[in-house]
Design a protein around this ligand. Sequence first.
Ligand code: DHK
Length: 152
Amino acid sequence: MLHRILVVHGPNLNMLGLREPEIYGSLTLDELNRSLETLARSLNMALTTFQANGEGELVTRIQQARSDGTTWLVINAGAYTHTSVAIRDALAAIDRPFIEVHLSNVHAREPFRHHSYLSDLARGVIAGLGAMSYEAALHFIARQPTDLEAVA
Ligand code: DHK
């Protein structure tokens, strides 16, 4: 079985490219998603992306990952990283490994960005590498065994 990755983007990430480019870079969300799809294909993995500004929509999509064949998640929950017990609980509920990513180095920014409700549940946390934060997550997942390899 191939890894099937769900990339989840939280609030305001639909404004990538326009929004504070000195912090978040000049790539649009569409360009980022397309480059991640290309990278995933080259690593023999399937990748789906989802973006929402609302906490409830994000929770609902994460819940669906339990039954849609998703094997790993890569999540940039945006500002909800620092506030959302609901997104934490959804990630805990689905029993799928995930990597928390951020474009910016949240630890070099305002103190309220230093705490994450997700990090202690994540397999890894990657911050500050721009689009490469997501790419590094995909490279890591590509080297993880699939279920079939794990039982072989
Ligand atoms: C994106 C956001 O929207 C912020 O709210 C987070 C994160 C940082 C990022 O760096 O990708 O604090």
